[in-house]
Design a protein around this ligand. Sequence first.
Ligand SMILES: [Zn+2]
Length: 202
Amino acid sequence: MRLEADFIITGTLIILLLVPLYIYRKKVFKFLYRKGDFKSFFNDVKNYLNSEYPNIPFDYTLNSRIKEEKDIKIKQTLLVEDLVSQFTEYEYTIQTQNSINKELLWSTYDQNCKPLKDKLPSDWPKRKEFTFKRDKEQCKRCGHKVKLYDAYISFIKPISEGGGYNFENLITLCVDCNKIINKTSSKNSLIEEHLMKKVTHH
Ligand SMILES: [Zn+2]
């Protein structure tokens, strides 16, 4: 299902998101890889993916191209490419999310749920935080743990199609899944970047 990207990357959100994301990319995955053969690389990648993206059912069966390749770096790169494409192609049907008890919500909540044409409601940061907590600080598509400043809040029913800012219509996504679901163009995905680092750091 196509979601509206324009509304997610709007206003103050863009500043909140971009700066820490840059630091995050540089810092968090700066771990080096121990030297090893293809098998240990394979197991490391597998463990990494299973812990970082628990919702994606990766198929680790090696295709014939990977099997036949003799050069270890090319072999690793082919594996990374295969896994990244599996991550990208994983089909996820977005479902309406459970809502938060209305009694706990603020007085203007209902009023600000109505779709707005070109701006986010004034209580958007609050909505974002609530959605993020309800989704247990994880991307709903891949299960990746995200920080509030890295989280993208997407719409199940796009605003342009009459979807609102109510919690049932909001969903937490990581940067990669946001790109995939909202089909925003960009450079390498984070997952690709992290896995390629594993290859180049050998
Ligand atoms: Zn994700």
